[in-house]
Ligand binder design. Sequence first.
Ligand SMILES: NC(=O)c1ccc[n+]([C@@H]2O[C@H](COP(=O)([O-])OP(=O)(O)OC[C@H]3O[C@@H](n4cnc5c(N)ncnc54)[C@H](OP(=O)(O)O)[C@@H]3O)[C@@H](O)[C@H]2O)c1
Length: 362
Amino acid sequence: MKQQYKVGIIGCTGMVGQRFVTLMERHPWFRLTAVAASARSAGKTYEEAVSARWAMDTPIPEEAKGLVVLDAQADAEKLASLVDFCFCAVDMKKEEIRALEEKYARLECPIVSNNSANRWTPDVPMVVPEINAEHLQIIDAQRRRLGTRRGFIAVKSNCSLQSYVPALHPLIKYGIDRALVCTDQAISGAGKTFQRWPEMVDNCIPYIGGEEEKSEQEPLKLWGHIEGSEIVKADAPLITAQCFRVACQDGHMAAVFVKFQDGCKPSIEQIKADWAAFRGPAQELDLPSAPKQFLHYFEEPDRPQTRLDRNLEHGMAVSLGRLREDTQYDYKFVGLSHNTLRGAAGGAVLLAELLCAKGYMD
Ligand SMILES: NC(=O)c1ccc[n+]([C@@H]2O[C@H](COP(=O)([O-])OP(=O)(O)OC[C@H]3O[C@@H](n4cnc5c(N)ncnc54)[C@H](OP(=O)(O)O)[C@@H]3O)[C@@H](O)[C@H]2O)c1
């Protein structure tokens, strides 16, 4: 792998795009070289394009301020020529995003995407580095389909499932029969702040379009396997989900209920030991954004809490707590993850680091 990679961000002005920009500051492997958004922002410096909308709690990085925003559509060839790969997080129609991402891949510019548009494309890997790094092998088949030498698309999964799938994953070996999940999701997940969404102050909305289907289905692709030139989703464990928008700025919390197959129920001590021991390729390869300890279990009865714990290990760890017996399922517990860090930009940066370490960006 190379020492340094030149990186572009498509959707640089948005909530996730801003996170990407902050994560590139002082990144040991990645250097922000180009930024792009819609024609509305194109031609402005990054500082001008984003100023009133800057929603991060650190200032706009100096290296980004003076970059001139490109038009992601019209300047695609220019952008592709300036970088080794791009992150992508845009608010557009699904068909448009699919076409945009494929356009960059065909220009030999790998895309690491936060968007949902390509999550179900059979030869596009959807990867949480600790869970299913082996799915990256499908990139060879995708490159054959696209007729590219280095261009490809890799995606990360939806933000909501980062708060419970990492906890369920090390328990699958016991035989999980089913899980029920209720998520309380922060407003930054909709690209908003309280200033821009005052209706969310002191409020809870029991609906997030498309979120419940994603929360139920995407884990099955993560747990799927490669067959020929596609990833075939797993058919178990089945998950049912309810997703609420709640009055938090950042951090998705999940209440999880889990039932094991008959005779397979592990003890509470076994589950806690599995969570404590859980490591994946991100930790084994010592990737720069990998949390040292992926799953943290809190013994205090009132933890994890969104404000106290969402930033654990730079927002890349998952916080768990309140594991106890349930009256209808075997156990219930709580999970928390930072939706724009582990759940979006941070998760994509970690995926890009894995792709570099495995030679896909060279
Ligand atoms: N927020 C989260 O926690 C989260 C988590 C996981 C995944 N995601 C996904 O990430 C994506 C972005 O989400 P977000 O919350 O960052 O949205 P956002 O804050 O609304 O930002 C949208 C971005 O898309 C750009 N854009 C809009 N139309 C465009 C066009 N025609 N061509 C090029 N760029 C265009 C915007 O540029 P302008 O400023 O020029 O309009 C802006 O940079 C979505 O697909 C979302 O589902 C978000």
